[in-house]
Design a protein around this ligand. Structure first.
Ligand SMILES: Cc1cc2nc3c(=O)[nH]c(=O)nc-3n(C[C@H](O)[C@H](O)[C@H](O)COP(=O)(O)OP(=O)(O)OC[C@H]3O[C@@H](n4cnc5c(N)ncnc54)[C@H](O)[C@@H]3O)c2cc1C
Length: 457
């Protein structure tokens, strides 16, 4: 009997926990920036987060990619750069290191990200509420007027004049009835990865192997010279994976992706991969988490046996959760496409500039396709605005992009810039007494420029 069963949930009174001006849901890279940008001029801003810390994917051992564009100059500035400056003052972030494949990488310390994000929220007077899951929305007609949260305290309402969805999965937008889509034409989504950290790595040995024997220790796109000094990401060593697979090692990916940490002997490994996972279905996310955890031990065995520098390394820690590359995105007033990216398209309502390649980890198999624009492209404000639902902005990886475009915009520098733009837009719209969709974009662009964000002339 496969028929779905239902029960009736009785209507009930829900206590209103808070009433705020701007409510940001999700405290990842987009949400932190959105809350910081929104909090000004005495507005009451609240940030909700389901986990016990802020940072989202900034805390799973990933470098921030894409602060620099193809031509080497900086295209993400403003609040994201200020965040890095604060980390750097504590020795908790690297420089923006240019990279032929990733444009740039910026290594950050996860614990300092959590600490710094909370400090900023405190300084800006943002009320942070953790351990609450946004489970539904409150609507008046076509406008979002708040959300319903679930926690150990039960079900509560938070009313807001404007809500910004920074959940990565578009949870608020989906509940509000905003049209959402997932994946490519067949629904295939980029697979998730459980990151883990190895310590005791002889990084110099790895550098020497790549620089001195590039034919054997192959790298995709990146010249071996790039590995001589400084922080790096390897994307390659396909030879080593093939050899290991021929000897029976179960490696789910075609490329060895290793990221130097802030400590000299630390490497973060981005090599588990669980195809077919949908993070919006708990049974699927659970399966992914369990499979990812199984894979890390085999990947570790591979590294020790085939990759220079790992013979005496040990596993230091596993990321706190399976990282999701792709799930829901909204269909907004404009849907950014790969064509826009590849043609370096400009938009009159641009609120951010990005240049990271379209980087699609295939939904099936273990490989990846990358293609690059020549310089950088604009992201229009309309990508943050749902088509038919008001009172809501959507920032981060669930903004309005098609499958290929989000494979570029998903990097954290861009998500941070989108978050900043959404926060400023929400505040400016309230100050002007208009809906976010009716905000004069020139005012938003002017404020972004005035406060240090990069936009093209
Ligand atoms: C394996 C992997 C490798 C990647 N590699 C890189 C890389 O090297 N460099 C790079 O720049 N980018 C990389 N990315 C992409 C990047 O990490 C994400 O696209 C980016 O973090 C998205 O930012 P976000 O703020 O939109 O969402 P997230 O970082 O996912 O943050 C969303 C936040 O919302 C919270 N949340 C979610 N739902 C709810 C809810 N219903 N109620 C309350 N809170 C909620 C979450 O707990 C989380 O804190 C990678 C992604 C993955 C998965």
């Amino acid at each position: 009997m496969n028929e779905k069963r239902f029960i009736h949930e009785a209507a009930r009174e829900i206590p209103v926990r808070a009433e705020v001006d701007i409510l940001v849901v999700g405290g990842g890279p987009a949400g932190i920036m959105a809350a910081e940008a929104a909090a000004d001029k005495g507005l009451k801003v609240m940030l909700l987060e389901s986990r016990g810390y802020l940072g989202g994917n900034l805390t799973i051992g990933l470098p921030i990619l894409g602060f620099l564009g193809h031509k080497g100059y900086q295209i993400i500035k403003g609040l994201p750069q200020q965040f890095i400056d604060r980390l750097r003052a504590r020795g908790a972030a690297s420089e923006h290191r240019p990279c032929a494949l990733h444009m740039s990488l910026t290594i950050v310390d996860a614990e300092e990200v959590k600490r710094t994000a909370l400090e900023i929220m405190r300084e800006k007077g943002v009320e942070v509420l953790m351990y609450v899951f946004c489970a539904d929305v409150i609507k008046e007609g076509d406008n979002v007027r708040g959300v319903i949260i679930e926690s150990k305290a039960g079900r509560e309402a938070i009313l807001a004049k404007t809500v910004i969805d920074c959940t990565g999965d578009g949870d608020v937008a989906f509940r509000a009835g905003v049209e959402c889509r997932k994946g490519d034409a067949n629904g295939g989504m980029q697979p998730p990865t459980l990151m883990f950290c190895m310590k005791g790595v002889d990084v110099q040995q790895l550098r020497d192997a790549i620089v001195q024997h590039p034919d054997r220790y192959d790298m995709d796109t990146m010249p071996p010279e790039q590995f001589r000094s400084g922080k790096f990401i390897t994307v390659g060593l396909r030879n080593q994976i093939r050899e290991a697979q021929e000897k029976g090692y179960q490696i789910p990916v075609a490329r060895t992706i290793l990221i130097t940490g802030l400590a000299d002997d630390e490497i973060w490994v981005n090599m588990t991969r669980v195809n077919g996972v949908d993070s919006t279905r708990p049974e699927s996310y659970t399966y992914g988490e369990i499979e990812g955890r199984k894979q890390i031990y085999e990947v570790q065995r591979y590294l020790k046996d085939f990759v220079p520098g790992f013979a005496n390394a040990h596993m230091e820690k596993v990321a706190p959760f399976l990282g999701i590359r792709e799930s829901r995105v909204i269909v907004g007033k404009y849907v950014l496409t790969a064509d826009d990216i590849l043609h370096d398209r400009r938009f009159p309502d641009a609120i951010a500039v990005a240049g990271y390649p379209v980087d699609i980890h295939h939904a099936q198999g273990g490989d990846c396709t990358l293609y690059w624009c020549d310089d950088c492209y604009d992201i229009p404000y309309r990508c943050l605005l749902p088509k038919h639902v008001g009172g809501l902005l959507v920032a981060g990886r669930c903004s309005s992009m098609d499958h290929e475009a989000m494979a570029s915009t998903r990097v954290m520098s861009t998500c941070m810039a989108l978050g900043e733009a959404a926060g400023r837009a929400a505040r400016l719209a309230l100050e002007a007494g208009v809906a976010p969709a009716d905000l004069d974009v020139a005012t938003l662009r002017e404020e972004l420029r005035r406060t240090g964000a990069y936009l093209r002339d």
